[in-house]
Design a binder for this molecule. Structure first.
Ligand code: OOG
Ligand code: MG
Length: 257
């Protein structure tokens, strides 16, 4: 295929996800820029909504240096979360339904009201009802988990599944909490919430601003994933995954095949 056909690209990405089959990168070939890529993402997620899925939130990507370095893209990005991606805490996923799944530890916010773009950081605390440790399962639809900035945006920022641990009231200070990712009881990644734009509340600020540019406003009751604090780790069949965030507790996920 040549030329820019957002609906056609969305269809290719959707098929790649539903059949767990990687596709080649396409942005350079078809001349997809960042704005057009968000248009493809909208069309891609709309295909899910047309199948009966519901939007439940927004996720940030590449809000930490560890993540930017891992994938070689250094811009903050955002994507959409649907109810079908939400796995209950302690639940399981079938790894054979993904291409090359990876897991990463995150912090989730539960939105209480609609934050406005440009609100001071402190004001976000009352826009957020609760906070929780979370795990995101990402699965790039591109071969070798390799992509450019527009490619990954079009692919809904590799979103595939997520787990949210127990919600708690927002503690004083979210900006320097220890973060661990454990696989089968062994620590595989260590970090701090400070890695997330210096303070995960800043990710919310960025999300409001960046999504707002594309006419997307956050909604009350939505989940907001602030982005991974560490690099992501491949998810193997049988793995028991645990993300631990100091003061917030743990979220767990089991991989079956
Ligand atoms: C892109 C998605 C990044 C995060 O938390 O940084 C992301 C990717 O790494 O495939 O979800
Ligand atoms: Mg993530």
């Amino acid at each position: 295929m040549s030329g820019l056909d957002p609906a056609g690209i969305a269809e290719q990405l959707d098929k790649a996800a539903t059949t767990a089959t990687a596709i080649p990168q396409l942005a350079a070939e078809v001349g997809l820029d960042v704005d057009a890529a968000y248009g493809v993402q909208t069309a891609l997620v709309q295909r899910r909504l047309d199948r009966g899925e519901r939007l439940v939130g927004l996720k940030m990507g590449l809000t930490s240096k560890a993540k930017m370095a891992q994938v070689g893209v250094d811009e903050v990005i955002w994507g959409r979360l649907t109810d079908a991606m939400w796995v209950p805490d302690g639940g399981s996923v079938d790894v054979s339904t993904y291409i090359h799944p990876r897991v990463e530890p995150e912090v989730a916010f539960l939105l209480d009201r609609l934050p406005e773009p440009g609100e001071p950081l402190g004001a976000f605390t009352d826009a957020v009802r609760a906070v929780a440790p979370a795990i995101e399962l990402i699965d790039s639809r591109y071969a070798n988990f390799t992509f450019s900035l527009p490619d990954v945006i079009a692919d809904n920022t590799s979103a595939a599944a997520f787990v949210v641990g127990p919600w708690s009231p927002v503690p004083d200070g979210l900006d320097n909490l220890g973060v661990l990712l454990e696989i089968d009881g062994r620590v595989t990644q260590v970090g701090s919430t400070a890695a997330i734009l210096g303070d995960p509340r800043r990710a919310l600020d960025e999300g409001v601003r960046l999504a707002g540019r594309h006419g997307v406003r956050l909604r009350e009751g939505w989940v907001f994933l602030a982005g991974a604090a560490t690099a992501a780790v491949p998810l193997r069949p049988g793995a028991q995954v645990r993300a631990v965030v100091e003061k917030l507790g743990t979220a767990t996920l089991k991989a079956v095949s």
